[in-house]
Design a protein. Structure first.
Length: 148
């Protein structure tokens, strides 16, 4: 099953449309990512920029390590270094950095949705949760909690 069909089966209709990269005139009904050399380069350059600016934080060492395997070709395209080498662990015909591509697509989706909406949800940690305790410890360390 491809990603577009899986997205539809899960009921997510307005997430990422294939035409988003090409403009509304070429928009297709199937959700997903229209991967070609131009859109892949744009996607990965946006992702690299978001990582560099701290707009996207990826805590997966394996996924970040996979990002290091992308390179520019003589034609100016971006490709995964193992595209013609070892078998892709996902079972695809070519190794193209699935984890890095998935993270880059997530970055694109967050940009489309508006990061501020995503961050509002992330900031509302339930009292007593692990993130709440971490936030409290960090605030105490910075001296922001006079009563602690």
């Amino acid at each position: 099953m491809n990603t577009g069909k899986a997205i539809l089966e899960l009921g997510y209709r307005h997430v990422l449309e294939r035409g988003d990269a090409q403009g509304a005139a070429r928009r297709e009904a199937s959700p997903g990512w229209a991967n070609n050399p131009r859109t892949q380069r744009e996607l990965l350059e946006d992702y690299r920029s978001a990582l560099r600016k701290g707009e996207f934080v990826n805590r997966s060492a394996a996924a970040l390590d996979q990002c290091r395997s992308f390179r520019f070709t003589a034609a100016g395209q971006v490709e995964h270094a193992m595209v013609t080498g070892a078998a892709d662990p996902s079972g695809a015909r070519a190794n193209h950095g699935d984890q890095a591509m998935a993270d880059a697509i997530l970055n694109r989706m967050l940009r489309k949705m508006g990061r501020s909406e995503f961050l509002k949800v992330a900031e509302e940690c339930p009292v007593g949760s692990l993130q709440w305790r971490r936030d409290m410890r960090e605030a105490k360390r910075k001296g922001e909690l006079a009563w602690a």
